[in-house]
Design a protein around this ligand. Structure first.
Ligand code: URA
Length: 303
């Protein structure tokens, strides 16, 4: 491989990293950016890309937002694959191929859910429902854990492996952290109702598609009507986008109260970071803590 080809490959690789949101190279030794005038972390990568004859003028280096929240244009190799993955995941949570309200499967789900007079009947209805493809690969239906009625309902994304085995939401590592987060503001399982936007584990823990969340939605709405919460805490981007029907990323949504109509009720909804994300990104816990304090203030306020 010639040096020139090598250089091209390196530029391609840098472009790939930039697409992923990488904007600076971190070395073992700290860099004193104050000595670099107006230069900022990330400049070196942009400089290399913009000075490359192959790339000059054709590459816009994206800002460092999470890669999965941006839409991509066609590019070579791995970047293409990432763009496809991103738009697929974006469509999963907030747009793309959903189900029309006249979809017979959705109507059947609505009729089944509406007939349930209590949570036991709603669980039976869910267990007889065949309109969500996730059911075929899951071991168990994960309905809810916690109180049957509660002022606070907590809605996550989807059951994971531990939840699928136990048939209960949030019982794995993320669930343990969730319990500790609740305890930090004086709450426990008996005081809240915990569920997800889908009731079955997606294969490989992928984000549920819009089709999957739409087929579960009539059940979620009926569940809300039966639990009678006043406040919902939305854990993570997928839950927040789905419940609020918006396309913004969780970093934009988190910590901001929204009013939402669900299950015939008008509720206050607070999106926050998912505990699984907090396990991977401990530095983000301070943001989640702010949201928890805001939640505590609201729950302590007049009901
Ligand atoms: N993550 C979720 O969103 N829900 C669960 O039940 C477990 C992990």
């Amino acid at each position: 491989m010639s040096i020139e080809t090598n250089q091209e490959d390196l530029v391609e690789l840098l472009a790939f990293y930039a697409e992923l949101g990488v904007d600076c190279a971190v070395s073992e030794e700290a860099i004193d950016w104050l000595q670099h005038g107006h230069a900022a972390p990330g400049d070196p990568i942009r400089q290399v890309l913009n000075s490359s004859p192959n790339r000059r003028g054709q590459l816009s280096v994206p800002s460092p937002t999470p890669a999965r929240e941006k839409t991509g244009q066609r590019r070579a190799g791995g970047v293409d694959a990432m763009a496809a993955l991103r738009s697929q995941r974006h469509a999963s949570a907030s747009g793309g191929v959903g189900r029309s309200p006249s979809d017979p499967g959705l109507l059947a789900a609505g009729r089944l859910a509406a007939r349930a007079k209590n949570l036991e009947e709603l669980l039976s209805a869910l267990q007889s429902f065949e309109g969500c493809a996730l059911r075929a690969t899951a071991k168990n239906t994960c309905f809810y854990r916690g109180a049957k009625t509660a002022r606070l309902m907590i809605i996550g994304e989807a059951p994971g492996r531990d939840e699928d085995l136990a048939g209960l939401p949030f019982v794995g590592r993320a669930g343990h952290l969730l319990n500790r987060m609740l305890a930090a503001i004086g709450l426990n399982e008996e005081m809240v109702h915990i569920t997800n936007v889908v009731y079955w584990r997606p294969p490989g823990n992928r984000t549920p598609t819009l089709q999957e969340t739409s087929s579960c939605r009539p059940f979620l709405e009926r569940q809300i009507a039966l639990v009678e919460p006043e406040v919902v805490l939305l854990l993570g981007g997928a839950a927040a986008k789905n419940v609020l029907e918006v396309s913004d990323g969780i970093m934009r949504l988190r910590g901001k109260w929204k009013q939402v109509s669900l299950g015939g009720r008008t509720l206050r909804a607070l999106p926050t970071l998912h505990p699984a994300y907090l396990l991977r990104t401990p530095a983000a816990k301070r943001l989640a803590w702010r949201d928890l304090l805001s939640l505590q203030r609201t729950l302590r306020g007049p009901s």
